[in-house]
Ligand binder design. Structure first.
Ligand SMILES: NC(=O)C1=CN([C@@H]2O[C@H](COP(=O)(O)OP(=O)(O)OC[C@H]3O[C@@H](n4cnc5c(N)ncnc54)[C@H](OP(=O)(O)O)[C@@H]3O)[C@@H](O)[C@H]2O)C=CC1
Ligand SMILES: O=C(O)[C@@H]1CCC=N1
Length: 266
């Protein structure tokens, strides 16, 4: 599989690392306008770093677009004549609809809209995807690509904004919870490094338990909360201060913001 990542910034490079880690490409092109900070990726023999998007498109089968929303329309317009019906065009662009892509490229292209997160670099992304009419035949291929670097879910396009908040922004939300737990652990006497190790692995364990069991979180919480014990005391104190409510309100605020982007981009 020959893959081009057009726009090798934060997300694009995370995808590149995930692809390298999972041996997911025979050949990979990474592009951006200023390549000095990514030239070292050429140490991997199968990676070409270039400013030339056209060269990358001509030599690849799968094209992953990861530029900022403001840049995508011009980029697609510039590349339009080189895009064939065999290319699988995967967009990661927040708030940029399939309809907008089809308005530039036409309907006769395999267009996949995706929403990965930066944990793709370590093979742990939760990635949501949807496709245009023609791209539906390539959705299994797209899922296979993203499943090598985590977990994927096909969703209706109308849910893509919500998926962006929960999965892509969600990485930052969970990081903040890990940071807060780390700060609590330091206050209880662990040094900073130990505290973060405890927080990270406990977080990993909580997610792992739910993934393996399929249980509702409250079912697992019931197993931890000894009557009159310290866990329920702590949980109730957190809820008195609005833990669940503040998370939900943050998620909704993030969604409201993304809905503004959508208006701006259309
Ligand atoms: N960061 C995240 O966690 C996530 C981001 N997204 C979406 O992914 C996209 C990228 O986000 P992010 O990685 O954070 O943004 P960045 O700004 O980090 O990366 C975008 C990259 O695109 C490059 N670029 C700009 N214009 C061109 C061009 N004409 N040709 C080639 N490369 C170009 C820029 O580099 P240079 O200026 O050198 O060209 C830059 O490195 C956005 O649309 C965002 O909404 C989606 C999910 C998660
Ligand atoms: O914060 C943002 O707008 C982008 C989309 C999701 C992650 N980063």
């Amino acid at each position: 599989m020959k893959i081009a990542i057009i726009g090798a910034g934060n997300l694009g490079l995370s995808i590149a690392k995930g692809i390298l880690k999972s041996n997911g490409a025979t050949k990979m092109y990474l592009t951006k306008r200023n390549i000095t900070d990514i030239e070292h990726f050429e140490k991997y023999g199968n990676v070409t770093v270039t400013t030339d998007n056209k060269e990358a498109v001509k030599n690849s089968d799968i094209l992953i677009f990861a530029v900022q929303p403001l840049h995508i329309a011009q980029l697609l317009t510039d590349l339009k004549d080189l895009l064939t019906e065999n290319h699988v065009i995967i967009s990661t662009i927040t708030g940029y609809s399939i309809e907008k892509m089809e308005n530039i490229l036409g309907k006769d292209h395999n267009i996949i809209r995706s929403m990965p997160n930066t944990a793709i670099s370590v093979g742990k992304s939760m990635t949501c995807i949807c496709a245009n009419g023609k791209g539906k035949k390539r959705i299994e291929l797209a899922k296979a690509i993203f499943n090598r670097m985590g977990h994927s879910m096909e969703i209706p396009e109308v849910q893509m904004q919500a998926a962006t908040v929960i999965c892509a922004s969600g990485i930052a939300f969970w990081m903040r919870l890990i940071r807060a737990t780390t700060q609590g652990a330091i206050q209880l006497g662990f040094d900073a490094k130990e505290a973060q190790e405890l927080a990270m692995h406990t977080c990993d364990g909580a997610a792992g338990l739910l993934i393996a069991s399929g249980n509702h979180p409250e079912e697992e919480i019931d197993k931890v909360t000894t009557p009159m014990g310290c866990t329920i005391q702590g949980l109730n104190e957190m809820e008195h201060h609005g833990l669940s409510s503040s998370l939900i309100q943050g998620i909704v605020a993030s969604f409201d913001k993304i809905s503004e982007f959508k208006k701006d981009n259309q």
